[in-house]
Design a protein around this ligand. Structure first.
Ligand SMILES: Cc1cc2nc3c(=O)[nH]c(=O)nc-3n(C[C@H](O)[C@H](O)[C@H](O)COP(=O)(O)OP(=O)(O)OC[C@H]3O[C@@H](n4cnc5c(N)ncnc54)[C@H](O)[C@@H]3O)c2cc1C
Length: 250
């Protein structure tokens, strides 16, 4: 079955697993494989969504960089993805100002390239307070957290790299998850050798199986996975044999 709907809920009823879709309809089945991936953490500023793609970009740099040739851009973030993004943007932009909440957390080889780049300016202990603009963004207000001083900077674009979160809120009440929403599977679910609460099968959870038998997780959404296409495809392939094992136990 191919459906272009979002999943909004997941529950278990006996051996039936039931997913709810965003139009309110439900699908019952024996097995669910969750492969909903991760998505970028978004800014928590009022009204910011109207500038998505109109100056505010999440996790992107390569496709937009040319568009901001000879413009002033701002990068938010301090990990390797932000570092790689700012170095790429600095090939085209007139200036790249980087807002870092505390201190950089990127690799050493990126650090020297960034600190010696004439068009990259690092502002440590700074947070974003406001975005200004009309149809597209034009400026941002930042706060220097040590002094409380506010500063307004030109910004033709804002590139945001503040981490990712697993897209699993639809399963929040049912599955064990980590702080970033990743789904726990397999033996990581055992606590002091004990199986998850409510687990009734006479075996441990299979490597890709969640705390609910018959519900599996694969790819970026799974806690402990090595993020990447190959790992996600490998999980998907491995999951099939686990489906058969599961079916033989119910
Ligand atoms: C910019 C960027 C560059 C990357 N470059 C590389 C690279 O060079 N090499 C590499 O190996 N990996 C790379 N990755 C990582 C790679 O894309 C992921 O590891 C891989 O796509 C994970 O596959 P997945 O199937 O777990 O999740 P995804 O590919 O993220 O697929 C998840 C799907 O689930 C859908 N979905 C989410 N929530 C719901 C819901 N509630 N209902 C229905 N559908 C839902 C999403 O719309 C999406 O289609 C990159 C990622 C990014 C963002």
């Amino acid at each position: 079955m191919l459906t272009t709907r979002s999943v909004t809920g997941l529950r278990a009823d006996g051996n039936t697993r039931i997913i709810t879709l965003d139009d309110g309809s439900e699908i019952g089945c024996k097995i669910v494989l969750i492969a909903t991936g991760k998505w970028f953490r978004t800014l928590d500023l009022p009204g910011v969504d109207k500038w998505n793609g109109a100056g505010v970009y999440y996790g992107a740099a390569h496709t937009e960089a040319m568009y901001y040739k000879d413009k002033d851009v701002v990068v938010l973030g301090a990990a390797n993805s932000a570092a790689q993004g700012m170095l790429f943007l600095a090939r085209y932009a007139r200036s790249v100002t980087v807002l870092i909440r505390s201190e950089p957390d990127w690799s050493t080889y990126l650090d020297s390239a960034i600190r010696t780049h004439e068009r990259i300016r690092l502002l440590e202990r700074c947070v974003l307070r406001e975005i200004h603009g009309d149809d597209v963004i034009a400026e941002v207000t930042i706060e220097h957290t040590q002094t409380g001083q506010l500063e307004r900077l030109p910004a033709a674009a804002l590139f945001v790299f503040i981490g990712q979160r697993a897209q699993t809120d639809f399963a929040a009440d049912l599955l064990r998850r980590t702080d970033d929403g990743s789904i726990m599977t397999g033996l990581t679910l055992l606590e002091n050798g004990k199986r998850p609460a409510g687990w009734q099968l006479e075996r441990d959870p299979l490597p890709l199986e969640t705390c609910v038998p018959g519900i599996f997780a694969a790819g970026d959404v799974r806690n402990g996975t090595r993020h990447g296409v190959a790992a996600a495809v490998g999980d998907g392939d491995a999951a099939v044999s686990m489906f058969w094992q599961y079916l033989s136990t119910i």
